[in-house]
Design a protein around this ligand. Structure first.
Ligand code: MG
Length: 374
């Protein structure tokens, strides 16, 4: 029998001809060998290069859990990133993953069935669910021998630039970080404290490049927010994320009517069922794998947002190149990418997608395209 590689070299290069044939090929192997999926996981702690401060918290490490799903000798990788303010922990992820029994499913190609069943095991646990979702998508891409964006029928060009985040800090550190980010065409600034204008003025003393601003629900008054948005717009800020607390829907809708720049919902838009609620409240949404249970739902959010006329940003937590690479496969259909999470850590556990001067460069390896380094 031909190996998978030589099978592909025989001329089956078109996506729609390849996928069904290879799916069939592997489904046959399942029936013949009775392979089962095995889930493994390990806790890991990400070390941040700089103390990271946003409106609601400050930290130097991020706990994560790395997952692996092995099937027929092929391993798919996943990750749950667990910033403390979101409520999940390494213990809660371990407890959730202990409830998952993948051996009851015929093959990883049953993504729909597997992931919808796992979603119903318990409410919440979105990062834990994402860690399985990412590993399964990686596995399916590897079994099909295609990068995930190709399995989805996306093109890898053009991709939106990814922004580089400058956390809240002293003017000296902000100036240093802005200089370090000189190669990035787009900066992202965390706002929502007393120092907002100082942050922007410090960055503007170094560079005139466009800035996106994330308030993380840090402002409270809609009139103050509108004044600040005009002030920021005059200084080259091109969009603003979550300027008010997520439950202040009427005030956000008031701002939406008046803002000169797009307002993007992040904390206010978590999952697929939230997306229609963004209409008339936000101009766009920030989709993150860790809050929406992973790639399967994120892709749906992307399509629903598009159908509703909303802009889309693909964002991240502090994550290794595993979850970042997974999210990058969604960016061909996004307006903005905010995928610098792996650039902010000193102990990345994976090689994967590269962010070179703000440009996303896909690995052509199959699946999400990562190599584990630890
Ligand atoms: Mg945000």
């Amino acid at each position: 029998m031909l190996s998978r590689r030589s099978f592909l070299k025989k001329g089956f290069t078109g996506l729609w001809s390849t996928v069904p044939l290879l799916s069939h090929f592997h489904m046959k192997k399942v029936q013949n060998r009775k392979s089962t999926m095995v889930l493994r996981w390990q806790p890991y702690t990400l070390e941040l290069k700089h103390q990271f401060t946003i409106a609601v918290s400050s930290r130097k490490t991020t706990p994560i859990v790395l997952t692996e799903i092995e099937y027929d000798g092929v391993v798919g990788y996943g990750e749950a990133s667990l910033p403390p303010y979101l409520g999940e922990t390494q213990e809660s992820v371990g407890a959730f993953l202990s409830k998952v029994n993948l051996s009851q499913y015929t093959s990883p190609f049953e993504l729909e069935h597997i992931l919808s069943t796992i979603d119903k095991l318990a409410p919440g646990n979105t990062a834990a669910k994402a860690s399985i979702d990412i590993a399964l998508h990686d596995l399916v891409g590897k079994l099909l021998n295609r990068p995930l964006y190709q399995v989805w029928g996306f093109s890898n060009a053009p991709l939106p630039p990814t922004s580089f985040t400058i956390g809240i800090d002293t003017p000296r550190v902000v100036r240093e970080k802005t200089e370090e980010a000189h190669a990035y065409p787009l900066l992202k600034v965390k706002l929502g404290r007393e120092s907002d204008k100082e942050m922007i003025e410090t960055i503007r003393s170094v560079t005139g490049k466009p800035i996106t601003a994330d308030v993380n629900q840090g402002w409270n008054d809609k009139y103050y927010a509108l004044d600040m948005i005009h002030w920021l717009h005059d200084r080259g800020v091109i969009l603003i994320e979550q300027p008010l607390p997520k439950d202040r829907i009427d005030d956000l809708a008031w701002l939406y009517e008046r803002s000169p720049i797009p307002i993007i919902g992040d904390e206010g838009i978590q999952r697929l069922t939230d997306v229609p609620n963004a209409v008339g409240v936000y101009h766009g949404i920030n989709i993150k794998l860790m809050k929406c249970t992973g790639l399967r739902e994120a892709q749906r959010m992307l399509f629903v947002a598009r159908a509703l006329g909303l802009k889309v940003m693909i964002g991240c937590m502090t994550e290794t190149s595993c979850a970042i690479s997974a999210a990058a496969h969604l960016t061909p259909l996004a307006d903005w990418a905010d995928l610098d999470g792996a650039l902010l850590i000193s102990n990345d556990a994976f090689d994967g997608v590269k962010i070179h001067n703000g440009t996303i460069i896909f690995s052509e390896n199959p699946g999400i395209g990562v190599i584990k380094k630890i």
